[in-house]
Ligand binder design. Structure first.
Ligand code: SF4
Length: 381
């Protein structure tokens, strides 16, 4: 069973040195990639997995805004034909501000995109340069205002803090500028240096070039304070939304809704077995192309989850949300009270001030959100 589709567009104009996502460097999306996505979608439609009309479709990357708007329209039309589309489905496109202009944004809107996720990252040109981004702060602000003119009334922006050379004051300036344009949604991440990226080489032996943990924590708290004061709901560790504007697609991940992942390197989660099945598409371009052309889904690492796997996921995905986990919902899902399985762990974290336990639910405290990895690791088998 799945109710959502994720399409991975693994192409970028240039590779940002901090990024570990699957993507290749190119100026435009290769002509055959859309055809492969369409063919993969048809193969997936023949699966016995059931589906209801799709609640959300998400074009992620990479840089989905490198797609031609006409390709987006074709993909959406086929998805609607094959699976049906709920009347109020959320359809998101991630856009790099360096790849869009007023005309392209209007064409994406016309193609059926109703939510834009703009990869702003910073509104400070020096930091954008450090991040290796292809756009300036001005271009990001212009892209935002062009998106509004094109009719987008649901726009999220991404910002990163704890950057090399960034002070708390610079972070505050970024937040204040972001508030001035009033996006419906903000994703706010602390920089994490991922293995295998140029940043890992640059900073592994020079950690002192990055803000220390205390400063990174102060930046997290500053974002929480500034954004919640301005009416944004801190609904997930890294995500803030105006009322009614949470990302429905991403909320589906945290609630363990089934989704079909299409495209090179995409992940899929089907609610077809009692506790679900996860798999991922090959990230290799030749394998991906050849298998689809031969009529096979390019799935790898197929894992049928046990109840223990699913409980672990349920805990660390559910605790990401500010609402936390309801005791009744857990028991309904697994037929056993949460306290019976995790009581000792949750009470320990409550005593340490990282979890809050009420009569009905358990959730991270603000300090728990800061130290969430420490909490999540205790739920692993
Ligand atoms: S544009 Fe996005 S996906 Fe592409 S390299 Fe940069 S951060 Fe990664």
């Amino acid at each position: 069973m799945f109710t959502r589709i994720y399409l991975h567009i693994p192409f970028c104009r240039s590779k940002c040195p901090y990024c570990a996502f699957v993507s290749s460097q190119t100026q435009t999306v290769p002509a055959d990639y859309t055809e492969l996505l369409l063919a993969e979608m048809r193969l997936a439609a023949a699966l016995p997995a059931q589906h209801t009309p799709l609640e959300s479709i998400y074009f992620g990357g990479g840089t989905p805004s490198l797609l031609e708007p006409s390709s987006v329209a074709t993909i959406l039309a086929q998805a609607k034909d094959l699976f049906g589309l709920a009347a109020n489905a959320e359809i998101t496109l991630e856009a790099n501000p360096g790849t869009v202009d007023a005309m392209r944004l209007a064409a994406f809107r016309k193609a059926g995109i109703n939510r834009l996720s703009l990869g702003v990252q910073s509104l400070d040109d020096r930091l954008l340069k450090t991040l290796g981004r292809i756009h300036t702060a001005r271009q990001a602000l212009d892209a935002f205002s062009a998106a509004r003119t094109a009719g987008f009334d649901n726009i999220g922006i991404d910002l990163i803090h704890a950057l090399p050379g960034q002070s708390e004051r610079m972070w505050q300036a970024d937040l204040e500028q972001a508030l001035r344009i009033a996006p419906e949604h903000l994703s706010v991440y602390g920089l994490s240096v991922e293995e295998g990226t140029p940043y890992a080489d640059r900073y592994a032996d020079n950690e002192e070039l990055l803000p220390d943990q205390d400063l990174a924590a102060e930046m997290f708290e500053l974002a929480d304070e500034v954004l919640t004061t301005h009416g944004y709901e801190h609904y997930e560790i890294a995500n803030y939304a105006l009322p009614g504007r949470r990302s429905r697609h991403n909320s589906g991940y945290w609630h363990r809704d089934g989704y079909l992942g299409l495209g090179r390197g995409a992940h899929t989660f089907l609610r077809d077995t009692p506790y679900g099945t996860r798999c991922s598409n090959t990230p290799d371009p030749d394998e991906y192309r050849n298998e689809i052309c031969n009529g096979a889904l390019p799935w790898r690492d197929i894992s049928i989850l046990s109840s223990e796997d699913a409980m672990t996921e349920y805990m660390f995905l559910g605790l990401r949300m500010a609402d936390g986990i309801g005791f009744n919902a857990f028991e309904q899902e697994f037929g056993v009270p949460l306290d019976q399985v995790y009581g000792e762990t949750t009470r320990g974290f409550a005593q340490a001030g990282l979890l809050e336990i009420t009569n009905h639910r358990v959730r991270l405290t603000r300090r728990g959100m800061l130290l969430s990895n420490q909490v999540f690791s205790k739920f692993l088998p």
